[in-house]
Design a protein around this ligand. Structure first.
Ligand code: 26W
Length: 809
């Protein structure tokens, strides 16, 4: 059955007409674009459901092991194009739609982004669902069906404001409600323990119940049999309202319980940089975890019987620590509801779970106040305490007297529950997301654990769904690749290396440059239509698109622009190659510093516009509301990819890979996956600058002093002075202070230290761009050819083999 090519355009037409008539009571002629969009989605959903059922049967008959991927975020973006592409139904649908006077593109534009994630972690989860399906692995993702995804960003006079992201009206058609999978999640209440001859009996009472309703979304693979399922939980109050209060006339209060329960799945937390110990966030995490594990256990029992077999049939992955409560929750379900002893339960748990760490930023590491967990999740609290008691007892025996060492590894310390420690202790494998990051966690945050269990730690470098990020978003480049190396790379990205042979083929290099030009023009048109921005597509597109964060150093990028601008103000007639700096980034809503950087960029952009002569050569563009759909248009249009985080801070980065596969040249530090990118493409084809991670450590330990750089670098002094004078009528002395005199440390991400090396490298990049077009195209080609290892297909193969022990069916 492999793909659905057997479906003809006639059949598609009938399918759509059928949906239109059944669900909207209209004929294709009468239908609105939105109705056709929904009818088309329903038809694709039917095809996927059918495929999923087939695959499900195969998995069951082969007793195939499944992977369950628990994640608070799935940043899916749009789905229609991806599914139609993967199913190979583009032509059939295009022909069918022609008869309705529509194109597929019309419909794609109709779909809202499913923005159920913040950034890298959530997008990675989405890319993995695609790769799992393509690799024929039985897989299920679990998350929350947030009513509102990541906020929509509106910039008002340079300041970011947030608007609710209402995605369900157009996104809900992808979801199939599974009433048969509903379950109850319990909060609050009390626990009573009693010893009897059968051991310890635990009673949990006085709790509040919330119903978890399952919504399934099917995610296709490319020409494969498997379909991944993403199961999203929605919270619903059980008793719709308190009839007594209602009949007493207290209408508002009767609704309160409903609100309390349903608020759990209302909105995605918009921070990916610091954790907040908020009760609602804790409830979200437990809600996801408890519903998912009940579901996994029920399905396992139903299919295979005894829970002792769980580790053979199921790998459960916790994506970062956010779903780490899954560990005590599985203990609870095994012991309290299925009669397992502690030891047997613990063996099952630790053989089933694996954990990926995605950040070493101290402020992002989750800890929960112990009394909050005790109040909201009393039984879970008990189990965590017991896990920790046993773990620490073992350590005392092995390392008598080593208080500090043991306290560092303890799950509970100073009234705080450390979720990372719980995750490591409860998992059989722990991985980082790039070679450098996996080394760093072994040597820093998890060093103690690494000494205990060296074999537990491993690396899986991140990857991207290259079909989405190359084939679908850049069909022009895809066609060139097919002409040169055939279409094998679509399923096997390693074949992109064949493109290397064409590095000296002038006609191929010419086509490559032409394609970039086309994509730049398309992006310029899009930016104009969306935001009224005028971008000259003949200028060099230098792009930094990712979440706004100090460690990612958008500010360093700005400092270079400030410096260039100052030069041009001195000499407006200077002959320089024109360039456009493009930014796209959302800031967490409470992150003032990040919002101030956005404002600086916007004001700088406005100021430059006042000098038309300079503006022709130096343009700064802030793209509002950067999201997956915008990224799909931006990556193919980019020529320079900014990956300039302070070394040691960016766990991997995945945007870097999306730029690379579309032929942008990277200017970057040796951080995260940039390290492996530079190894893959060779140092001649990437622009590396700045302090290395070990040097950063060194400088930091000796005491970093940013004014030292200020004192010895004229250009840096000019930048600081320019910031103080300000732009567009406003001083940015706050930024100057941040860099020079901030507390507790000035310039905590060392923009000043890397400024010289960054600006020198920028100069080199732009000179090459201006003067050596052919060499540029050659380097671009080398990047595309070397990008194959950054496919999520490869990452998933490694997870399957080294972590999940999972077979492709
Ligand atoms: C609790 C608040 C919170 C929320 C999200 C803390 C931390 C996170 C994420 C772990 C942040 C994140 O998205 N990390 C990114 O993960 C990507 C996928 O592995 C990496 O490529 C990025 O380098 C990393 O920053």
């Amino acid at each position: 059955m492999n793909n659905a090519k057997s479906v003809t355009d006639k059949e598609v037409q009938q399918l759509i007409a059928g949906k239109l008539s059944r669900y909207f009571g209209v004929t294709p002629k009468e239908a609105s674009v939105d109705q056709v969009y929904k009818a088309v989605v329903m038809s694709v959903r039917d095809i996927l459901l059918e495929k999923r059922q087939q695959f499900h049967k195969v998995t069951k008959s082969k007793k195939g092991k499944r992977v369950y991927y628990l994640c608070m975020e799935f940043l899916l973006g749009r789905s229609l194009k991806n599914n139609i592409y993967n199913l190979g139904l583009g032509e059939a649908y295009a022909t069918a739609l022609k008869n309705f006077g529509l194109t597929l593109e019309d419909l794609y534009e109709q779909e809202p982004d499913a923005g159920l994630g913040n950034g890298g972690l959530g997008r990675l989860a989405a890319c993995f669902m695609d790769a799992l399906a393509t690799g024929n692995y039985p897989a299920m993702g679990y998350s929350i069906r947030y009513d509102y995804g990541l906020f929509k960003q509106k910039i008002v006079d340079g300041w970011q404001t947030e608007l609710p992201d209402v995605w369900l009206p157009g996104g809900e058609v992808w979801l199939t409600q599974r009433s048969d999978k509903s379950c109850i999640v319990k909060f609050d209440g009390w626990v009573h323990e009693e010893w009897s001859e059968n051991g310890l009996k635990v009673t949990y009472g006085g709790y509040k119940e919330v119903e978890a309703i399952a919504y399934d979304m099917m995610i296709s693979g490319k020409d494969s049999d498997a379909v991944s399922v993403l199961r999203l939980w929605r919270a619903r109050n059980i008793s719709k309202f308190d009839m007594k209060l209602f009949s007493q006339g207290d209408y508002i209060r009767s609704m309160q319980a409903e609100n309390e329960a349903e608020v759990i799945s209302k909105v995605l937390y918009p921070a990916d940089d610091h954790y907040e110990g908020k009760s609602l966030r804790l409830k979200q995490q437990y809600f996801l975890v408890s519903a998912s594990l009940q579901n996994i256990i029920n399905d396992h029992k139903h299919r295979y019987g005894p829970l002792s077999l769980l580790p053979q049939q199921a790998a459960i992955h916790i994506n970062d620590t956010h779903p780490a409560l899954a560990i005590p929750e599985l203990m609870r379900l095994l012991m309290d509801e299925n009669g397992f002893t502690w030891d047997d339960a613990w063996n099952i748990v630790t053989a089933t779970f694996a954990y990926t760490n995605h950040t070493v930023m101290a402020e992002a590491l989750e800890t929960w106040q112990e009394d909050l967990i005790a109040r909201r999740l009393p039984r879970i609290h008990m189990i965590i305490k017991e896990i920790n008691r046993r773990f620490c007892n073992d350590l005392w025996e092995r390392f008598p007297g080593q208080h500090k060492f043991i306290d560092g590894l303890s799950i509970i310390s100073n009234g705080q529950i450390k979720m990372a420690n719980l995750s490591v202790i409860g998992s059989h494998k722990v991985n980082g997301v790039s070679a450098l990051h996996s080394d760093i966690i072994k040597n820093s945050i998890f060093n103690g654990f690494y000494q205990l269990w060296p074999d537990k730690f491993t690396n899986v470098t991140n990857g991207i769904a290259h079909r989405r990020w190359l084939c679908q978003s850049n069909p022009e480049l895809c066609e060139l690749l097919c002409d040169c190396i055939g279409d094998g790379f679509v399923k096997n990205a390693a074949e992109l290396s064949k493109f290397k042979k064409f590095a000296s083929d002038k006609s191929v290099l010419k086509r490559l440059a032409e394609i970039k030009q086309i994509k730049k023009q398309q992006f310029a048109d899009y930016a104009f239509k969306k935001q009224g921005l005028v971008i000259d597509p003949s200028t060099c597109f230098d792009v930094q698109a990712k979440r706004m964060h100090e460690y990612k150093r958008q500010l360093l990028n700005v400092m270079n622009i400030v410096s260039l601008y100052s030069d041009l103000l001195d000499n407006p007639d200077a002959v320089v190659a024109p360039q456009t700096f493009i930014f796209g980034a959302k800031a967490a809503s409470g992150y003032t510093m990040a919002k101030q950087i956005i404002k600086l960029i916007c004001y700088l952009a406005e100021d430059i516009k006042k000098h038309p002569k300079i503006h022709e050569k130096l343009n700064v563009v802030y793209m509002e509301d950067y999201n997956v759909t915008m990224a799909e248009k931006l990556m193919p249009a980019s020529e320079v990819s900014e990956q300039i985080s302070l070394a040691g801070k960016e766990a991997s980065g995945t945007g870097n890979m999306k730029f690379m596969i579309n032929g942008a040249l990277t200017i970057g530090t040796l951080d995260g996956a940039n390290v492996e990118m530079s190894e893959a493409v060779g140092l001649d084809n990437i622009f590396i600058f700045g302090l290395r991670a070990d040097e950063v450590e060194d400088v930091w330990n000796k005491g970093y002093n940013s004014s030292q750089h200020y004192n010895k670098n004229d250009r840096l002094r000019r930048v600081i002075e320019a910031l103080i004078r300000g732009y567009n009528g406003e001083s940015f002395a706050n930024m100057a202070n941040y860099l020079l005199t901030g507390t507790p440390v000035a310039d905590p991400y060392m923009c000043m230290a890397d400024f010289e090396s960054y600006t020198a490298t920028q100069k080199q990049v732009k000179a090459l761009y201006a003067n050596e077009k052919e060499r540029w195209a050659k380097m671009s080609l080398q990047n595309i050819a070397a990008s194959g290892i950054f496919s999520a297909d490869r990452s998933i193969k490694e997870y399957a083999a080294n972590i999940w022990n999972l077979k492709s069916l």
